[in-house]
Design a protein around this ligand. Structure first.
Ligand code: FRU
Length: 498
């Protein structure tokens, strides 16, 4: 198979450079780039008996650069094995800025299809430069991919009137029950805010425009990125990542968010437009963006995101040779008209050394710390019962010396705050975020998935999630609880060992 110089150079670089990173300098079970920079997960798919995860990748630096697609595979969504770099910016539609985000699917003939955005830089006679985005294909066998000779397969000529050719990206494709293909891509409309375009194809190679699936009209940020669409528990679901959002009470935060729209896109919707019923944030933490989902062979809808935030990427380990992580895969369901998210059940096989404490009492003079309950890579559940006078329950983790990260529950306000500002940070970027939570029968349940460089808190069995990266001392593995006013807790901790 032909491999371009750009692809060979990336493959040699990652092979050489990944050796400079010791396993303990990476997360234990979150996927990171082999070397250099990672942003969005891409092409999350089930192909030939394995999950494939690709990602936006720049192997030459820990900053964003012309985009490649990194690649890893897994049989259980927890343990990832690297494959060689899959795509490099080596063809006309993607040569300058690279191969941007997209999806993947298994084709009926047994090959693996990648659909991605090519971003090319166009220089005009007056010297100005603009990026032009088109949709492109690559076909492969799970390791090597060749770009389709008919690229690009969707261009500005396929856009509805007023659609921008500069912001037209992140195709996500799937096959319908009748064998035909659909793809949804993000686009900037005339009003300068996002819209989602639906395309159709008989064979996944020849595409035509179908409809506007959803239109922002300036309601949720400006441009929308990384769309996804699927059916789940009797609802149609759209996921999108808006840029430039304004905060809204404790719902959305400023900047980049991920939104979930629940509604309907049935055959009755002849215009091909989604009927929106509810719009909710997908993650209330600091670091979560640009999601991708896959349908597992046993019928679960599984979601991952880039566990980062574009506005806080300057917060990082100064000398690390990798940057960017994929979130822990989450199982999605819908309950009471709400998106529920829980860690994939595959994580449970890595639980060991269970430790439990019941009815732990904490108050102003009495905190709780127990060496038996420590853990840097751990799955810890807290059931917090706040007494009437309780103003605050603070759970510290990744604690060592004066440094710690915290999750602070304020029962009277019904809020949870995550906070990494005491983890040893030396950069003044945003380090804390507060979200609304709801106790049930006086109890708030937090399942905290701790890895070396992150925490993901699943609240009340998946009603909401808060994700946050941190770069605390590798030895800092303490877990402790304190309170203002009185509270009692049940704590179950497992270490996670791979
Ligand atoms: C989202 C995003 C995508 C784009 C990619 C480029 O984080 O901006 O819209 O395809 O990153 O790396």
């Amino acid at each position: 198979m032909y491999r371009s110089d750009e692809l060979l150079k990336a493959r040699i670089t990652e092979q050489l450079k990944e050796r400079e990173i010791r396993p303990e300098e990476r997360p234990a079970f979150h996927l990171t780039p082999r070397t250099g920079w990672m942003n969005d997960p891409n092409g999350f798919s089930w192909y030939q008996g394995e999950y494939h995860m690709f990602y936006q990748y720049y192997p030459y630096d820990t900053q964003w650069g012309p985009m490649h697609w990194g690649h890893a595979v897994s049989s259980d969504l927890i343990r990832w094995e690297n494959r060689p770099c899959a795509l490099a910016p080596d063809s006309f539609p993607d040569r300058e800025a690279g191969c941007f985000s997209g999806g993947a699917a298994a084709l009926p003939d047994g090959s693996h299809l990648l659909m991605y955005t090519g971003c090319r830089r166009e220089q005009h006679l007056d010297g100005t430069i603009c990026d032009v985005q088109t949709q492109n294909l690559a076909v492969g066998d799970g390791t090597d991919y060749h770009k389709y000779a008919g690229n690009p397969v969707l261009t500005e000529l396929d856009l509805p009137e007023g659609g921008s050719r500069i912001d037209f990206r992140d195709p996500k494709l799937w096959q319908e029950a009748d064998g035909s293909w659909r793809c949804v891509a993000a686009n900037r409309a005339e009003d300068e805010t996002g819209q989602l375009l639906l395309f159709t194809s008989p064979d996944a190679f020849n595409w035509t425009y179908l409809s506007k699936l959803a239109v922002n009209h300036g309601r949720f940020g400006k441009m929308w990125e990384c769309p996804d669409y699927f059916e789940l528990d009797g609802k149609s679901v759209i996921l999108i990542s808006p840029q430039d959002m304004e905060p809204n009470a404790l719902g959305f935060h400023a900047g980049n968010n991920v939104l979930c729209m629940l509604g309907h896109l049935g055959e009755e919707n002849e215009d091909g437009c989604f009927r929106e019923e509810t719009v909710l944030p997908v993650d209330d933490g600091i670091d979560f963006y640009a999601t991708q989902s896959v349908l597992s062979p046993d019928g679960r809808r599984i979601l991952v995101g880039w566990m980062q935030n574009w506005d806080t990427v300057s917060y990082r380990e100064e000398n690390a040779k990798w940057f960017g992580q994929v979130s822990l895969p989450r199982e999605l369901t819908i309950r009471n008209g709400r998106l529920m998210q829980n860690p994939v059940r595959e994580l449970e096989q890595y639980r060991t050394e269970k430790a439990e404490r019941y009815n732990v009492r904490v108050d102003d003079g009495r905190s709780f710390a127990d060496a038996v309950l420590s853990g840097k890579t751990a799955d810890v559940t807290f059931e917090i019962h706040a007494e009437k006078n309780c103003r605050e329950v603070e759970i510290r983790f990744a604690e060592g010396g004066d440094h710690y990260c915290a999750a602070v529950y304020r029962p009277e306000e019904q809020t949870l705050t995550i906070d990494r500002s005491h983890s040893g940070v030396i950069r003044d970027v945003l380090h804390t975020r507060t979200a609304s939570v709801a106790s049930h029968n006086g109890c708030l349940k937090l399942r905290m998935i701790l890895d070396r460089f992150s925490v993901e808190i699943f609240i009340n069995d998946g009603e909401s999630v808060m994700s946050m990266t941190h770069y605390s001392d590798p030895e800092a593995d303490g877990i402790s609880v304190r309170a203002r006013g009185e509270a009692s807790l049940n704590i179950t901790r497992y270490l996670l060992r791979l």
